[in-house]
Structures are given as structure tokens and as C-alpha cells.
Design a protein around this ligand. Structure first.
Ligand SMILES: *Cc1c(COP(=O)(O)O)cnc(C)c1O
Length: 362
């Protein structure tokens, strides 16, 4: 009854929810979650206002073309609305790309580790996920290219990379890209793109209309603070966008999400505050972790990947008992690493003080 390749499929392992930790440990004090790279500053005020205004129209179906939001995004990126596909989170765009471009038994390339959903959508579609280890904690572009076969249809690259926070440089990508076969789709997942401040970073839209086509994915879940509403988008050549828009559900982005995302895009003050604070805190946390004798890797995202030089699971669990939820990187193949989402300045200070205690106690 169930397809053989789905027999031992496991659900996505999310970060531990605050409510679950409260139940499990009976913690009464404050609990902070620095585990899912969410925006700690709440939703943009303009988005909240837009949602309140749109609520009275909830008995109607949403605009299936999301005309206003697509127009706003097109003008933001200086592309055409026909080059944009909206999704229920950028996760849905990943799924649509796999549905559109990968037949059963065909292959998609990705780094190991990397965002777990790439592999999930590929295997759920009957395809094969081919994984290439990182090199110096970065995407190994040459290693990925060596794995290309006739069956390869998609290459997924998260930039910044999750969980290391490293980036792909434009020059390096361009040289690599020129030597690729043409019958592929290159997906650049910039879920954390807004947080990057290194001007040498890859600019994927430059390659949108060449062969192989490059697709840019972005989301309102991280810098824009709307993870709970589920809105993401892809920018790609029209031919591909037309197919994705044809195979998706007509009402995949709900009406509150549409108006909130547009308002978020226009809320320049909110974004500026988020980016400034996150970048300042990224520096502060990195320095503080170094001062504790740990090894944080340089991050261009809203999280920090840090080597504790000892089993991270123990530290992760001791932090939980003190009301701090981070991510242990054991399941990603890095047993001595944690990934810490950058929180508000207060949350980061709380985290650092609890970490210091834990390191003294163990
Ligand atoms: C968080 C994240 C996303 C965002 O997914 P949404 O469905 O837009 O919430 C996409 N890619 C990576 C690598 C992420 O870490």
C-alpha cells in the first residue's frame, strides 16, 4: 500500500517548543528558545495592523495570484511579477521545484549537512538525494560538481549555509557555474540572505536567465518575523515560474499572509532594527563565546555554529534544565557543536550567563 521508498520516512525534527520543555522539566522560571532561527523581535508592527484590517474578509478565498504581494516583490527586486512564485513558506517552493524538475530515480545534489527539507522532498518524490560533505565548513562546490551525472536535475545550495552560517562568494560561484552542464536547476536558498553583510556574497539573480537557470528562494519567516504565517517565494525565469504556478494549489498563500507579507516588506524601520541588532549581537556573541574558550565559526546568518570541544549533548541538556533551548548538532554529524540562534540582547545575555554556569559545572 505504501510506496517502498517511504517506508521508513521520519517527520522533520523541529526545535523543542517552549511549552514542551515546561511540561517535561516543570521549569517555572524564564525559558528562552534560541533553536529555530526565528525572529526574536516579534512580527513587524505594520504586518499586525494589516492583519487586523484584513480579518473581516476571511470568509472569502485569498487572491490566487497574490497580485499585490507579487507586484510589491517584483518592484523590490526589480524583476517581473511573472518571475515570482509564492509559497506556503519557501519550503513549498522547494517541494514545487522537485515536483516540476525531478522524476523518480533522478538525482538532486546537496551538501552534508544542509537543510533537511531538501532531502525530504527529493526522497518523497522517489528521487535520490546525493550528499557531498562540507569542506572547511563551507559548500564544496567542486566536490558537488564531481557528483553530477546524466540523472542530476537539481543542485540545492543554502546561502548562508545552515547550520554553519558560511557563505558562497560571487566570484567563486561564477567560475564554477560556467563549467556546469546546462540541463540542471541551481537553487540558491537565501532564507538568511537579509542578514549577510559581506559585499562579496553571491548575487544569484544575475544568473536567473542563463543556462543552467538559477532560482533564488527567500522567505518572510526569518528577518521579516512572520514564520507562523508561512510565506516564502522563489524568483526564477518565467518559463519555470509558469510551471510552478500551474502545479501549485491555487490558494497556497492565505489572505492574512498575503497582506502581512506586503506590509512587512514596507516596514523598513522594523527590518532595519532587526538587521542592526542581529549583526551587533552576532559580533558580541561570537566574541563572548571565544572568551569562554569555545570556537564559534564566522556567521553571516542569525545563528552561530560553535565547537565546544566536548560532547555537545551534555551541554545542550544542562542548558535545557536552566531554561535555554538551543540546537545540538549531533544529528547533523557534529557531536561537539551547538547551533545558537541569535536572540534579543537580553536573551543572549541570559544564554551566555547560563552557558558559563554550565561550563563551570561540567
Ligand atoms: C528556515 C529555513 C527556510 C525557511 O523555510 P520557510 O518555509 O520559508 O519557513 C528555508 N531554508 C533554510 C535553509 C532554512 O533554514
Amino acid at each position: 500500500m505504501i510506496k517502498s521508498y517511504l517506508q521508513d520516512f521520519k517527520p522533520y525534527p523541529p526545535g523543542k517548543p517552549i511549552s514542551e520543555l515546561k511540561r517535561e522539566l516543570g521549569i517555572s522560571g524564564p525559558i528562552i528558545k534560541l533553536a529555530s532561527n526565528e525572529n526574536p523581535f516579534g512580527p513587524p508592527p505594520r504586518a499586525i495592523r494589516a492583519i487586523k484590517e484584513a480579518i473581516s474578509d476571511l470568509h472569502r478565498y485569498p487572491d490566487p495570484a497574490a497580485y499585490n504581494l507579487r507586484k510589491a516583490l517584483a518592484s523590490h527586486y526589480k524583476v517581473e511579477p511573472e518571475e515570482i512564485v509564492l509559497g506556503n513558506g519557501s519550503n513549498e517552493i522547494l517541494d514545487l521545484l522537485v515536483k516540476a524538475c525531478l522524476s523518480p530515480k533522478e538525482e538532486a545534489l546537496m551538501s552534508e549537512p544542509s537543510f533537511l527539507m531538501y532531502e525530504k522532498f527529493v526522497t518523497a518524490a522517489g528521487g535520490k538525494a546525493i550528499k557531498v560533505p562540507l569542506k572547511n565548513f563551507q559548500h564544496d562546490l567542486q566536490g558537488l560538481a564531481r557528483k553530477i551525472t546524466e540523472k542530476t536535475k537539481i543542485i540545492f545550495l543554502d546561502n548562508p549555509h545552515n547550520p554553519t552560517g558560511s557563505i558562497i562568494y560571487h566570484e567563486e560561484f561564477e567560475a564554477w557555474y560556467k563549467a556546469l552542464p546546462k540541463e540542471l536547476v541551481i537553487v540558491i536558498d537565501e532564507a538568511y540572505g537579509e542578514f549577510v553583510d559581506d559585499p562579496k556574497v553571491l548575487k544569484p539573480l544575475f544568473f536567473k536567465n542563463f543556462s543552467p537557470p538559477v532560482v533564488l528562494l527567500r522567505t518572510f519567516s526569518k528577518a521579516y518575523g512572520l514564520a507562523g504565517l508561512r510565506v516564502g517565494y522563489g524568483i526564477m525565469q518565467k518559463k519555470l515560474a509558469r510551471i510552478l504556478n500551474a502545479i501549485r494549489q491555487p490558494f497556497n498563500v492565505n489572505s492574512l499572509a498575503q497582506v502581512a507579507a506586503q506590509a512587512a516588506l514596507e516596514d523598513r524601520n522594523f527590518l532595519q532594527k532587526v538587521l542592526e541588532t542581529t549583526r551587533t549581537e552576532r559580533k558580541r556573541l561570537t566574541e563572548a563565546l571565544k572568551a569562554l574558550g569555545l570556537h564559534p565559526y564566522p556567521s553571516q546568518a542569525n545563528f552561530i555554529f560553535v565547537d565546544l570541544h566536548q560532547p555537545a549533548r551534555k551541554i545542550y541538556e544542562a542548558l535545557l534544565k536552566k531554561g535555554v533551548i538551543v540546537r545540538s548538532m549531533e544529528a547533523y554529524g557534529f557531536p561537539s557543536f551547538l547551533r545558537i540562534s541569535i536572540g534579543t540582547p537580553e536573551e543572549n545575555t541570559f544564554f551566555l550567563s547560563r552557558l558559563e554556569e554550565v561550563l563551570h559545572e561540567t
